[in-house]
Design a protein around this ligand. Structure first.
Ligand SMILES: [Zn+2]
Length: 230
């Protein structure tokens, strides 16, 4: 129990670092200390504590009082949960997945450098199930081709390859099914609760759902298609 708590806290610290990497990836000012995006002031130590700063500062910058994005604590908590539940060997790949999630959420595209690195790490630390990787890649590549790139991006196919290599057929296929369920549920909620009239045409990043699906399929050892029976 205490180990799980320590892993969670450690994960939130890593998550706060991954937030910075994900937000600054491919940006010119990659280095340097963290600043408030509104007033540009360098953040002080007590403004940098994962999750806690957000809660104690009531989601506002201590100086300019502008709202701090909910993305920061959300990613920190997610990373904490992943660190507390995922076997250690998978953590390097999941750190990359979280950066991909952040980047795709913001820019609606998955950088090749990140997804290919995750493919290599999945080959080193994962199930090394090449067949599963190729099936998931082909599945997404087919959707990409048939929809002329409108339904999903080609980056999702590369991420599918990575997830297949990492998790193998049973959990890998389950991750994809979960991703579609989560995506559909979020799409419906988004349409109901969004202030403006937004149709399904507005592009929705899919990598966040793939990453969440991969996490859940792994920790619950899912086999939604009963692949292991064959
Ligand atoms: Zn500020």
């Amino acid at each position: 129990m205490i180990v799980t708590v320590i892993l969670f806290v450690f994960g939130t610290i890593i998550g706060s670092f991954l937030n910075v990497v994900g937000l600054r990836w491919n940006a010119k000012n990659f280095g340097g200390r963290s600043r408030c995006p509104s007033c540009g002031k360098t953040l002080r130590w007590y403004e940098l504590a994962p999750v806690l700063s957000f809660v104690f500062l009531r989601a506002r910058c201590a100086r300019c009082k502008n709202r701090i994005s909910w993305q920061y604590p959300a990613i920190e908590i997610l990373t904490g949960l992943i660190f507390a539940t995922v076997p250690y060997i998978y953590l390097p790949v999941f750190c990359l997945y979280i950066i991909i999630l952040i980047y795709d959420f913001r820019h609606k595209i998955i950088p090749d450098s990140l997804v290919y690195s995750s493919v290599i790490l999945a080959l080193v630390f994962g199930s090394r199930d090449v067949i599963a990787g190729l099936i998931l890649f082909s599945f997404f590549a087919a959707i990409w081709l048939l929809s002329s790139g409108r339904a999903i991006g080609f980056g999702d196919a590369k991420l599918g390859l990575s997830i297949g290599l990492l998790l193998g057929t049973a959990a890998g296929f389950s991750a994809i099914i979960l991703a579609f369920w989560l995506g559909a549920a979020s799409g419906i909620l988004y349409m109901i609760f969004s202030p403006k009239n937004i149709t399904m045409k507005s592009e929705m990043p899919f990598a966040p759902f793939l990453v969440l699906g991969a996490w859940l399929a792994l920790i619950f050892n899912l086999d939604l298609l009963h692949v292991s029976l064959f």
